[in-house]
Write a protein that binds this ligand. Structure first.
Ligand SMILES: [Cu+2]
Length: 117
């Protein structure tokens, strides 16, 4: 009887351990800081792993910018100067063109690449 109780307790511990591992896996989400300013993304080439990605966008410039990946229809919407915005996306492996589609910004060089591998 006592052995049986111990086995159940051990099983519960194993379950807790697995739950903790699962939770730490969630915490290991691809999180990348991207600065937006006139007229560029910093870094210009952003490397992430496939799956769920959180782009931590920071507008360090003086006009509004956005973060758009046309191929997968990811669009942050406008981010005001001095503001930050978290943008979640699920990306398969590949290379994606990144642009700021505020009129004139792409033409001024506000482009980049998101490399997922
Ligand atoms: Cu811009």
């Amino acid at each position: 009887m006592k052995l049986w109780v111990r086995l159940v307790a051990a099983g519960a511990l194993v379950s807790l351990f697995v739950a903790a591992l699962t939770l730490s896996g969630v915490a290991a989400t691809n999180n990348v800081v991207v600065k937006m300013l006139e007229f560029k993304f910093d870094p210009k080439e952003i490397a992430v792993k496939p799956g769920k990605v959180v782009f931590d966008l920071r507008n360090t410039g003086v006009v509004e910018h956005n973060f758009v990946i046309p191929k997968v229809k990811v669009n942050s919407g406008l981010v005001k100067p001095g503001q930050t915005k978290k943008l979640e996306a699920t990306l398969p492996a590949g290379r994606y063109e990144l642009v700021c589609d505020v009129p004139g910004h792409k033409e001024a060089g506000m482009v980049g690449t998101v490399v997922v591998k």
